[in-house]
Each structure stands twice: as structure tokens, then as C-alpha cells.
Design a binder for this molecule. Structure first.
Ligand SMILES: [Zn+2]
Length: 227
């Protein structure tokens, strides 16, 4: 079975990792024994390749993304949780490879995208056959940054040759989705293999959780992939 998707508020305000996982399985109609792995998410650029599937679901400490190439008969899932940061699912079905990564601005600037694509490449799945689905995150309408971090984005603008920083309504705003998109292109992923929506988690309070809106109550949006 290959399946991926993104969820918002419909899964409920569930802070506990295990309860959240059960709610996701229930929604997807999966057996409760299905193993789901998720990274701890510490706003780093660290990615782990899962080379051994535990018998039970687990959180993998110290990482912001997981890569898995199918080695068992049973389906294995990965998920990341977000509330403004961008969740990204990567896959190549014919080579049975899946990945889920958490792209907040810190991890993105620190190189999580290049790290992920190069580690997937090392598993013989080349960037030009990799598919990327970027889930909902905070839009450039709402992602305001202060001057202390601005140089990080200006440097990337110059490097990638595209506009990421926008000045609107007296505020400096960053288009994180555009930055993520261009970093995937730079890593060798084909334009036609990258999909994304235009939802803003901050604006669409009825659909998504938002850390910056401060109404999460421990809830988060989910991105999952299963193979
Ligand atoms: Zn917005």
C-alpha cells in the first residue's frame, strides 16, 4: 500500500504522540498494529535513514526527517507534525522509498532539503525521479521576520536568484514556501515533480493549527506517508 496525505484540525487537538497516531490510523482505516515512525523535531537539518524497523511505533530522537526504503511485507508509515512550519513528503513508488521531513525556517536555512535529497540519492534514488509534496504552512502573507534573521534569507535569495523576502504593510515577510520550492529545484528535483498548495495555516484558522496564532492547544497538522 502506498498512501500519503496532510491533515488539519479534523484530527482534533491531540498533543500526545501515541493518541495522535491512533487517531490517524483510525481516520485512514489502518490496523492499530501498523508501525509509524516520526522524528522528534528539534528544528535541525538532521535526517535519519531507517535501516531497521522496530516492532512498535517510535519517535526517533534528535532528527527532523526520516527516510525509509521498504524492506518488510507489512506497511510502515512515517509522519511529521507541524503548525506553521512546512511538512514535506518525498517518495519514489517504484523504488519503494518514502521520506517525511519538517521544514521550519531554521531547518530550511540549515540545509535540511539538500541533506534529505543527498541521503536519498545515496540509496540509489536520484533527484530527477523523486516526487515531492509540500503540505500547508505559514504563507508570505503572515510570516513576518525580524531584522536579526533577515541576512540568512537575503543570502539565500542571492544564491538561488529568486525573490523570497517581501516588504508589505511596513513589515518584512518571507515566502518560506517559495524558498523550499527553489531549494528542491537546486537539489535536482524536477519542477513537474513538486506539488504544493497555497493554504496559509495562520490565515485559515478554521482548518489548520498555527503556532504563531497561539491557539494550538498542543494540536498540530500532520503529514503522513505509508508504504
Ligand atoms: Zn496568511
Amino acid at each position: 500500500m502506498f498512501k500519503f496525505g496532510f491533515t488539519g484540525r479534523e484530527l482534533g487537538d491531540i498533543a500526545d504522540r501515541w493518541k495522535r497516531e491512533r487517531a490517524l490510523k483510525k481516520q485512514l482505516g489502518l490496523p492499530m498494529r501498523t508501525v509509524f515512525l516520526s522524528p522528534e523535531q528539534v528544528h535541525s537539518a538532521m535526517i535519519a535513514v531507517i535501516d531497521f524497523v522496530p516492532r512498535k511505533s517510535a519517535e526517533i530522537v534528535g532528527f527532523d526527517g526520516l527516510i525509509y526504503q521498504k524492506q518488510t511485507v507489512e506497511s510502515v508509515g512515517l509522519f511529521v507534525k507541524t503548525a506553521d512550519c512546512y511538512p514535506v513528503i518525498l517518495y519514489n513508488e517504484s523504488q519503494a522509498l518514502i521520506a517525511a521531513i519538517h521544514c521550519g525556517w531554521r531547518g530550511t536555512v540549515a540545509g535540511i532539503i539538500a541533506n534529505t535529497v543527498s541521503q536519498i540519492s545515496a540509496l540509489s534514488v536520484k533527484p530527477n525521479v523523486l516526487k515531492v509534496a509540500i503540505g500547508p504552512g505559514i504563507g508570505s502573507c503572515c510570516f513576518e521576520v525580524k531584522s536579526d534573521v533577515l541576512p540568512l534569507f537575503s543570502d539565500l535569495e542571492a544564491k538561488l536568484g529568486t525573490k523570497i523576502v517581501e516588504y508589505r504593510e511596513g513589515a518584512t515577510k518571507v515566502n518560506l514556501l517559495r524558498l523550499i520550492y527553489f531549494l528542491f529545484l537546486e537539489a535536482g528535483v524536477k519542477r513537474e515533480n513538486i506539488s504544493y498548495g497555497r493554504s496559509c495555516t495562520f490565515c485559515q484558522s478554521e482548518k489548520y493549527f498555527s503556532h504563531r496564532r497561539k491557539d494550538c492547544d498542543g494540536g498540530s497538522d500532520f503529514a503522513y506517508v505509508l508504504i
